[in-house]
Design a protein around this ligand. Structure first.
Ligand SMILES: C[S@@+](CC[C@H](N)C(=O)[O-])C[C@H]1O[C@@H](n2cnc3c(N)ncnc32)[C@H](O)[C@@H]1O
Length: 381
């Protein structure tokens, strides 16, 4: 029979050995059990999709998954039974929770704001470590927030839980020494930056429209937030930052290939979009471009569009091909822009997430390589 204490120590030891969990967080992870935040039925993201687990049917497996290093989905489709099956709330992967708390670099007496309570594990850990009165957490979805409130009842240290929009921060509790977002953004909400104390830090998963994602650790001063990415991440998006793409007809009213120009590339489109890091770099450099795929199997078409609805491109991928047909239409050459970024990145020796950084100021987002002066756009030019 698996014991809760046994699996909890097993997980904490593994997180510490990997370096994700720093020793100052060990006791909080031992005190605040992850299973307290899980419903009886959940879906574990085990790599080959989602494994549904029902505590009543398989209590051992339920506990094993609760203390495995996997994200656990607790809500689909914003709670509507729409049949779309998009995960919309979860208890995050323990490695991600631990490493983001490590990046947050908290100290005794710090006041913390969290955006995206979910079932509440991260907020519970923060409250255990820093004291209930120092932690405010904000959740948009009332049903998720109600579940978190119920989960918090099992804790000694209960954070202040607010139902609201994390994009507004939470002014009554400001200023905060640290802020942490646990839903991803492609635009850092200005109100959140404004509520962090000077030289305070903001840790958040940044996910450009094009794809990829990484945790950013930003230092805040005078309305500007700047800092490096610390590693890859994959989080569900802040609700209002999901992109609703216009219909393809708005770009291409007639039949493909319309008035497009025709050429070939030797860069495989799948080497761009199937590579989390390459997609991320493209997204940093060309923030207003997104893609869709059509086809599948040994023949795929990658469609590129801009959010300004001025231009489109297609690139055909066929198994075994060494050159790929490109069609581009509109004032912008979207595939050429994407290819230029990817070739530049390859020429730099394919720098990893940690060599990139982000500066957010006055609503503008500027990505850089190695140093805030080395902006991605000018570095490539
Ligand atoms: C990955 S879950 C949070 C994980 C959680 N903090 C934990 O302890 O594991 C992301 C949460 O962000 C919430 N969310 C999305 N958009 C939001 C917004 N604008 N304001 C507040 N919460 C939001 C979702 O409803 C979801 O519950």
């Amino acid at each position: 029979m698996t014991s809760v204490a046994g699996v909890r120590v097993w997980l904490v030891d593994r997180l510490e050995a990997s370096g994700a969990l720093t020793p100052d967080w060990r006791q909080a992870f031992l005190d605040v059990g992850r299973h307290l935040f899980l419903p009886d039925v959940f879906w574990a993201s085990t790599g080959d999709g989602y494994e549904r687990c029902d505590r009543a049917e398989s209590p051992e497996r339920w506990l094993e998954l609760a203390y495995s290093d996997v994200a656990i989905v607790t809500q689909w489709d914003d709670g509507a039974d729409s049949g779309q099956r998009e995960p919309t709330s979860s208890v995050s992967m323990p490695t991600m929770v631990a490493s983001m708390l490590r990046d947050l670099d908290v100290h005794e007496g710090h006041r913390i704001w969290e955006g995206g309570t979910g079932p509440g594990w991260n907020a519970g850990l923060l409250a255990r470590r820093l004291g209930a009165h120092n932690v405010v957490t904000v959740e948009l979805d009332p049903a998720v927030a109600a579940q978190a409130a119920a989960n918090f009842r099992a804790l000694d240290a209960v954070p202040t839980a607010v139902v609201g929009d994390a994009a507004d921060g939470h002014l009554p509790g400001a200023p905060y020494d640290r802020g942490i977002l646990t839903c991803s953004v492609r635009e850092v909400p200005p109100a959140v930056i404004g509520q962090i104390r000077r030289q305070g830090a903001l840790v958040l998963p940044f996910a450009p429209l094009f794809g990829g994602g990484a945790v950013a650790r930003l230092t805040v001063a005078d309305g500007t937030a700047t800092g490096p990415f610390t590693g890859s991440s994959a989080f569900m998006r802040m609700r209002q930052q999901r992109y609703q793409a216009p219909p393809v007809d708005d770009y291409l009213p007639g039949d493909w290939p319309g008035d497009s120009e025709h050429e070939y590339t030797t860069l495989s489109p799948l080497d761009v979009v199937d590579d989390w890091l390459a997609s991320f770099v493209v997204g940093l450099a060309v923030p207003d471009v997104y893609y869709r795929r059509s086809g599948g199997g040994d023949m795929t078409t990658l469609w590129l569009f801009d959010t300004g609805v001025t231009s489109w491109a297609t690139v055909d991928f066929a198994d075994g091909a060494s050159r790929f047909e490109v069609r581009q239409s509109g004032p912008r050459r979207l595939w050429s822009e994407v290819e230029e970024v990817v070739r530049w990145w390859m020429k730099q020796g394919r720098p990893g997430f940690e060599r990139f950084g982000l500066t957010v100021s006055g609503g503008e987002h500027r990505a850089w390589l190695d140093d805030p002066v080395n902006l991605l756009t000018s570095a490539r030019g």
